[in-house]
Structures are given as structure tokens and as C-alpha cells.
Design a protein around this ligand. Structure first.
Ligand code: FES
Length: 105
């Protein structure tokens, strides 16, 4: 685990798959908190953001869900839209430290 800064919970992300989505890279991987979660890292307006990889509605993978506006992701199956800033989908800031993705809460 990478050393956390003060007042940060840092989760190490174990990337298992790199995805090319419309010319942009995304990553699927695991983080361990109380249990193991599958997370998706995607670029949002030039910054990396991590969200749970499966939609809370019916569990469809968001790995190839389009951003239909900055910060708005759309379920590819049902076209429901989520604002990534609202907290509706649990999200983390992502920093690359010592060459590793770190999710910061
Ligand atoms: S599975 Fe959640 S909106 Fe489609």
C-alpha cells in the first residue's frame, strides 16, 4: 500500500484489464476495502476518476458506458444517466503514485 497523506484513505487499485473506449483508455480492476470491489477508472475532463464498475440499478457493466456530457455517464442498456459528481455512483479521485493507481477517498 502506498503511504497515505494526512486525512486520506488511499486504496490500491489492481488493474486487471485495460480498455480502449473511443480512443481513450479506461481500466477495470479490484480494490479491497471490507471486501473486494470491481472498479472502473476513466478519464473525466482530463482527470482520472474511479467508480464502481457495475450500475447499481441492474448491474450492467459501465466499462463501455459513454459519457454523454462532461461528468454524465449513461448506462448502455437502459440509457439512465448518472452525474459522476453527485455521489450517486460511489467515486474516488485517482492519483498515480509510484507508478500505481491509487484511489483516494
Ligand atoms: S443497469 Fe443501471 S441503468 Fe442500466
Amino acid at each position: 500500500m502506498v503511504e497515505p497523506q494526512e486525512d486520506e484513505l488511499v486504496l490500491e487499485f489492481f488493474a486487471v484489464k485495460e480498455i480502449d473506449f473511443n480512443g481513450e483508455k479506461r481500466w477495470l480492476g479490484k480494490v479491497q476495502v471490507d471486501k473486494t470491489y470491481t472498479m472502473l477508472i476513466l478519464p473525466v475532463e482530463g482527470e482520472l476518476l474511479a467508480i464502481h464498475a457495475y450500475c447499481p440499478h441492474e448491474g450492467i457493466s459501465l466499462a463501455k458506458a459513454p459519457l454523454v456530457a462532461p461528468h454524465i455517464i449513461e448506462c448502455p442498456e437502459h440509457n439512465n444517466r448518472y452525474d459522476l459528481r453527485s455521489g450517486e455512483l460511489k467515486g474516488y479521485r485517482v492519483e498515480i503514485r509510484a507508478g500505481k493507481f491509487c484511489l483516494i477517498e
